[in-house]
Design a protein around this ligand. Structure first.
Ligand code: ATP
Length: 355
């Protein structure tokens, strides 16, 4: 009996989004040709194009459609450049909070054939995605950033026991699938109450995972250690802002932000979203690296396939990752990696690897 198609949302977004998201769709479509897996693509308005067509970067129609999907690809958005009042809301955060996508999983690993500052890096940054200093995430109403006078700006940071425990469990479970090491990253010597609570909760969760080695780093020291001895780290669990910064660093150490994959997930939904942003400086030139969003899509397919016990999806994810690695191994690379391949050429080569 053939299984029903998996419906995957496609939200192209801004900047390089309309160039790289279709690349991920084409690659996933090529990988899903095998038996027992078929993908049905649901294109949804999002970002600047949606402001023009629907008067809203995240239209209600898009949210209603996502309600029925378990899985989607979110392109980057350049919301800082939107006209008022749209610049005030971060579109990705609207979606993350509506679906409770509390865990942001950001692997960084160097590929053979890719020029990398840290060829031996292979870390998974597990970033808490709902709290911290992010103004658009941490308040019931209003913004966590405000100005009591024109010359004073304040930001409210939030850390809760529940969210810290939830993300710590994700990190320790992930470590069991990898090299069984977790580094808790905080700044509890200065942000004693907030990141101190985060650290303490992670320590408690660690007791349930005696088979996993645990250490701790202050975030500033962690940045230095990641550069100096990247191979010593496996899973890094940290709060929102620290995770955002460290994952850009780790992505560049692995070669480029252009290969830095990521998913945002809850227990039931998964959203592929590359670590990088809309890269307006190179948009429209056909030179963006689509690898990050292709690999993010593979992560999402694997995660959904595992969750609903569909091995065909997991196999498709593995095939995509192998095809990207094979293209890199043949030195097919976009400009950010020192190569000359266009977005289209890299995509075609990955599809060719899929046979
Ligand atoms: P955001 O805050 O939305 O993550 P950002 O300000 O961190 O965005 P990015 O848009 O990620 O910035 O771009 C940072 C740099 O990395 C830019 O020089 C951009 O051209 C480059 N870059 C990002 N993504 C890619 C990609 N896929 N391919 C090539 N270069 C990229």
């Amino acid at each position: 009996m053939s299984e029903s198609p998996v419906r995957v949302g496609v939200l192209a977004g801004d900047g390089i989004g309309p160039e790289i998201v279709p690349a991920a769709v084409a690659v996933a479509e090529a990988a899903a040709r095998g038996p027992g897996v078929s993908l049905q693509w649901v294109e949804l308005p999002f970002g600047r194009a949606a402001i023009e067509s629907h008067g809203d970067p995240v239209p209600d129609d898009t949210l209603r459609a996502l309600d029925d999907l378990d899985l989607w690809i979110l392109g980057p958005h350049d919301s800082a450049s939107y006209p008022p009042p749209h610049a005030a809301r971060t579109p990705g955060a609207v979606i993350r909070s509506r679906y409770g996508l509390f865990a942001n999983l950001r692997p960084a690993r160097a590929f053979p054939g890719v020029r990398a500052t840290a060829p031996d890096i292979d870390v998974l940054i597990v970033r808490e995605n709902t709290e911290g200093l992010y103004a658009d995430r941490n308040m019931f109403a209003g913004s966590g950033e405000f100005m009591p006078t024109p010359d004073v700006a304040l930001a409210v940071g939030m850390v809760t026991r529940a969210a810290s425990e939830r993300i710590a469990r994700v990190a320790f479970e992930a470590a069991r699938q990898r090299s069984s090491r977790v580094t808790i990253v905080h700044k509890a010597n200065v942000l004693r109450l907030t990141t101190g609570l985060f650290r303490d909760v992670c320590r408690v969760v660690a007791q349930d995972f005696p088979d996993v080695d645990v250490d701790e780093q202050h975030v500033d020291a962690m940045a230095a250690h990641l550069v100096r001895r990247p191979a010593d780290f496996d899973v890094v669990v940290t709060e929102n802002l620290f995770g955002d910064i460290l994952s850009d660093l780790a992505g560049e150490l692995a070669g480029s932000l252009g290969i830095a994959a990521s998913v945002n997930c809850s227990d039931t939904k998964v959203m592929a979203q590359a670590t990088h942003g809309a890269a307006p400086d190179i948009a429209g030139r056909g030179v963006a690296n689509p690898a990050a969003i292709i690999l993010s899509t593979a992560m999402a397919l694997r995660q959904h396939g595992d969750a609903v016990s569909r091995p065909g999806l997991v196999a498709a994810a593995e095939a995509i990752e192998a095809a990207v690695a094979a293209a890199f191994a043949r030195s097919i690379a976009t400009a950010d990696l020192g190569g000359t391949a266009s977005t289209a050429r890299f995509t075609d080569e990955v599809i060719a690897e899929l046979g």
